[in-house]
Design a protein around this ligand. Structure first.
Ligand code: FES
Length: 167
Protein backbone atom coordinates (compact mmCIF):
# COMPACT_ATOMS: atom_id res chain seq x y z
CA UNK A 1 0.00 0.00 0.00
CA UNK A 2 1.10 3.56 -0.64
CA UNK A 3 2.17 5.72 2.23
CA UNK A 4 3.19 9.38 2.32
CA UNK A 5 6.74 10.08 3.43
CA UNK A 6 8.80 13.24 3.72
CA UNK A 7 12.45 13.04 2.78
CA UNK A 8 14.82 15.98 3.06
CA UNK A 9 17.27 15.29 0.26
CA UNK A 10 20.24 17.57 -0.33
CA UNK A 11 18.51 20.37 1.54
CA UNK A 12 15.22 20.06 -0.33
CA UNK A 13 12.01 18.76 1.19
CA UNK A 14 10.15 16.12 -0.80
CA UNK A 15 6.73 14.76 0.05
CA UNK A 16 6.23 11.52 -1.87
CA UNK A 17 3.98 8.48 -1.84
CA UNK A 18 5.81 5.19 -1.70
CA UNK A 19 5.00 1.57 -1.27
CA UNK A 20 5.91 0.37 2.20
CA UNK A 21 8.50 -1.91 0.59
CA UNK A 22 10.16 0.86 -1.43
CA UNK A 23 13.83 1.27 -0.55
CA UNK A 24 15.48 4.63 -0.05
CA UNK A 25 17.51 3.81 -3.17
CA UNK A 26 14.43 3.33 -5.34
CA UNK A 27 12.77 6.42 -3.82
CA UNK A 28 15.85 8.49 -4.70
CA UNK A 29 16.27 7.07 -8.19
CA UNK A 30 12.70 6.50 -9.29
CA UNK A 31 10.60 8.99 -7.31
CA UNK A 32 13.09 11.86 -7.18
CA UNK A 33 15.09 11.16 -10.34
CA UNK A 34 18.42 11.28 -8.52
CA UNK A 35 20.39 8.64 -10.40
CA UNK A 36 23.78 9.35 -8.85
CA UNK A 37 23.30 6.64 -6.24
CA UNK A 38 23.84 3.36 -8.06
CA UNK A 39 22.17 -0.01 -7.77
CA UNK A 40 24.88 -2.62 -7.90
CA UNK A 41 23.74 -5.66 -5.99
CA UNK A 42 20.54 -4.38 -4.30
CA UNK A 43 21.50 -6.66 -1.40
CA UNK A 44 23.85 -4.68 0.82
CA UNK A 45 27.00 -6.23 -0.53
CA UNK A 46 28.63 -3.74 -2.88
CA UNK A 47 28.17 -0.26 -1.40
CA UNK A 48 27.36 1.41 -4.75
CA UNK A 49 24.14 2.78 -3.22
CA UNK A 50 25.78 4.41 -0.18
CA UNK A 51 24.26 7.73 0.88
CA UNK A 52 24.42 9.75 4.09
CA UNK A 53 21.30 9.57 6.23
CA UNK A 54 21.38 11.91 9.20
CA UNK A 55 25.11 12.10 8.53
CA UNK A 56 25.70 8.36 8.72
CA UNK A 57 26.69 6.28 5.74
CA UNK A 58 23.92 3.89 4.84
CA UNK A 59 23.27 1.30 2.17
CA UNK A 60 20.20 2.86 0.57
CA UNK A 61 19.22 -0.49 -0.94
CA UNK A 62 18.76 -1.96 2.54
CA UNK A 63 16.75 0.93 4.02
CA UNK A 64 13.02 1.36 3.58
CA UNK A 65 11.92 4.87 2.69
CA UNK A 66 9.04 4.76 5.20
CA UNK A 67 11.55 4.24 8.00
CA UNK A 68 13.23 7.52 7.17
CA UNK A 69 10.27 9.88 7.31
CA UNK A 70 11.66 13.33 8.09
CA UNK A 71 15.29 12.31 7.79
CA UNK A 72 18.05 14.34 6.15
CA UNK A 73 19.61 12.49 3.24
CA UNK A 74 22.70 13.58 1.34
CA UNK A 75 23.48 11.98 -2.01
CA UNK A 76 26.42 12.50 -4.33
CA UNK A 77 24.39 15.24 -6.07
CA UNK A 78 24.23 17.19 -2.81
CA UNK A 79 27.79 16.79 -1.60
CA UNK A 80 29.11 19.30 -4.07
CA UNK A 81 28.35 20.93 -7.39
CA UNK A 82 30.45 20.99 -10.57
CA UNK A 83 31.48 24.54 -9.65
CA UNK A 84 32.13 23.79 -6.02
CA UNK A 85 33.19 20.19 -5.54
CA UNK A 86 33.33 18.59 -2.13
CA UNK A 87 36.97 18.02 -1.09
CA UNK A 88 36.48 14.27 -1.48
CA UNK A 89 35.09 14.66 -5.01
CA UNK A 90 38.04 16.86 -5.95
CA UNK A 91 40.46 14.36 -4.49
CA UNK A 92 38.95 11.43 -6.41
CA UNK A 93 39.38 13.47 -9.60
CA UNK A 94 42.95 14.44 -8.77
CA UNK A 95 44.04 10.90 -7.89
CA UNK A 96 42.01 9.06 -10.57
CA UNK A 97 40.07 7.29 -7.83
CA UNK A 98 37.84 5.52 -10.34
CA UNK A 99 37.87 3.69 -13.65
CA UNK A 100 34.37 2.90 -14.90
CA UNK A 101 32.86 5.14 -12.21
CA UNK A 102 29.96 2.90 -11.26
CA UNK A 103 31.03 2.52 -7.62
CA UNK A 104 32.30 6.11 -7.29
CA UNK A 105 29.23 7.83 -5.82
CA UNK A 106 29.11 5.17 -3.14
CA UNK A 107 32.85 5.32 -2.54
CA UNK A 108 32.73 9.09 -2.09
CA UNK A 109 29.64 9.18 0.16
CA UNK A 110 31.02 6.27 2.17
CA UNK A 111 34.43 7.85 2.61
CA UNK A 112 32.89 11.14 3.78
CA UNK A 113 30.81 9.20 6.31
CA UNK A 114 33.82 7.12 7.27
CA UNK A 115 35.96 10.17 8.09
CA UNK A 116 33.11 11.52 10.22
CA UNK A 117 33.08 8.20 12.12
CA UNK A 118 36.81 8.45 12.70
CA UNK A 119 36.39 12.01 13.93
CA UNK A 120 33.74 10.85 16.40
CA UNK A 121 36.11 8.17 17.65
CA UNK A 122 34.10 5.25 16.35
CA UNK A 123 36.32 2.17 16.37
CA UNK A 124 37.00 -0.03 13.44
CA UNK A 125 35.35 -3.28 14.44
CA UNK A 126 37.03 -5.90 12.33
CA UNK A 127 40.59 -5.34 13.46
CA UNK A 128 40.51 -3.31 16.69
CA UNK A 129 44.30 -3.06 16.89
CA UNK A 130 44.18 -0.87 13.80
CA UNK A 131 42.70 1.86 15.95
CA UNK A 132 46.00 3.31 17.02
CA UNK A 133 46.09 7.06 17.55
CA UNK A 134 47.57 9.11 14.77
CA UNK A 135 46.75 9.58 11.10
CA UNK A 136 44.72 6.97 9.29
CA UNK A 137 46.90 4.32 7.75
CA UNK A 138 46.18 2.93 4.31
CA UNK A 139 45.41 -0.39 5.96
CA UNK A 140 42.78 1.22 8.16
CA UNK A 141 41.28 3.13 5.23
CA UNK A 142 41.01 -0.14 3.31
CA UNK A 143 39.35 -1.88 6.21
CA UNK A 144 36.94 0.94 6.99
CA UNK A 145 36.04 1.11 3.29
CA UNK A 146 35.69 -2.65 2.90
CA UNK A 147 31.92 -2.31 2.38
CA UNK A 148 32.53 -0.54 -0.93
CA UNK A 149 33.61 -2.81 -3.74
CA UNK A 150 35.23 -1.71 -6.99
CA UNK A 151 35.08 -4.22 -9.80
CA UNK A 152 37.81 -2.38 -11.72
CA UNK A 153 39.99 -2.77 -8.63
CA UNK A 154 40.99 0.89 -8.54
CA UNK A 155 41.70 0.48 -4.84
CA UNK A 156 45.19 2.03 -4.70
CA UNK A 157 43.88 5.29 -6.20
CA UNK A 158 40.73 5.20 -4.07
CA UNK A 159 42.88 4.89 -0.95
CA UNK A 160 45.14 7.71 -2.18
CA UNK A 161 42.10 9.93 -2.76
CA UNK A 162 40.79 9.33 0.73
CA UNK A 163 44.20 9.64 2.36
CA UNK A 164 44.65 13.16 0.99
CA UNK A 165 41.40 14.34 2.56
CA UNK A 166 42.10 12.49 5.80
CA UNK A 167 45.46 14.15 6.38
FE1 FES B 1 23.21 -1.44 -2.13
FE2 FES B 1 24.92 -3.02 -3.49
S1 FES B 1 23.30 -1.76 -4.27
S2 FES B 1 24.97 -2.48 -1.39
Amino acid sequence: SLQPVTLHVNGKRHRIEVDTRTTVLDALRENLGLKGSKKGCDHGQCGACTVLIEGRRTNACLSLAVMHDGDEITTIEGLGTPDKLHAMQASFLKHDGFQCGYCTSGQICSSVGMLAEVKMGMPSHVTPDLNAPGPLTDEEIRERMSGNLCRCSAYPNIVASIRQVAT
